[in-house]
Design a protein around this ligand. Structure first.
Ligand code: IMP
Length: 179
């Protein structure tokens, strides 16, 4: 991997872990005695999800869904949702964990998906929030960091399936955009 693939590091692993502790305290207070289901949105959410759930000090279960909407660095607007292993949702309190909320289309589809299945509540945790790019009025209740309109990679976030393993979040160097 080219070492300059991220032109600037925005958040280090330490920054992210500190942020997870803060969100974890809020979630612990809000979900005590509710036995929530924490739903990891794949693929991008996996690294943040693992850090976050360690900081939530109440009983919870974990599930995984796959939401795909992106091709390259532009959103396609179509969101496809798949449960990795089907799980009952009726009457449950769902906490959706997303890598990044960009246009908000994925978040909107996911929230209505779980409400239609009879969830008691659906809230969203976003590691990153790119408010400027929003096309629908979705405001995640729990936000790690807000960022301007940068295309970012690392800590689960990819460009054409690459760079998810970088242990930080960085702005992608545009010279590596493939045509
Ligand atoms: P949305 O539906 O436009 O909000 O897009 C959400 C999904 O697009 C995220 O879950 C990411 O997988 C992807 N995405 C949005 N912005 C970025 C980015 O800057 N880097 C990598 N993936 C991104």
């Amino acid at each position: 991997m080219n070492m300059d693939v991220a032109e600037k590091i925005l958040f280090t692993e330490d920054d992210i872990k500190t942020m997870c502790k803060k969100l974890g305290r809020q979630l612990t207070a809000d979900y005590q005695d509710k036995n929530p289901i924490f739903v990891c949105t794949l693929k991008g959410g996996f690294m943040f999800f693992a850090d976050l759930v360690k900081e939530v000090k109440c009983n919870l279960s974990v599930e995984y869904i796959k939401a795909s909407s992106y091709i390259g660095a532009e959103t396609s607007g179509n969101v496809d949702i798949k449960e990795i292993v089907e799980f009952p949702v009726q009457g449950k309190d769902i906490v959706l964990v997303e890598d990044i909320v960009d246009t908000g289309l994925t978040a909107q589809k996911l929230i209505s998906y779980f409400l239609k299945k009879g969830a008691n509540s659906v809230e969203m945790v976003a590691m990153l929030d790119k408010k400027e790019r929003r096309r629908v009025s979705i405001v995640p209740k729990y936000i790690g960091f807000s960022i301007p309109d940068y295309f970012v990679i690392g800590y689960g976030l990819d460009y054409n399936e690459k760079y998810r393993n970088l242990p930080f979040i960085g702005i992608m160097n545009l010279k590596y955009i493939e045509n």
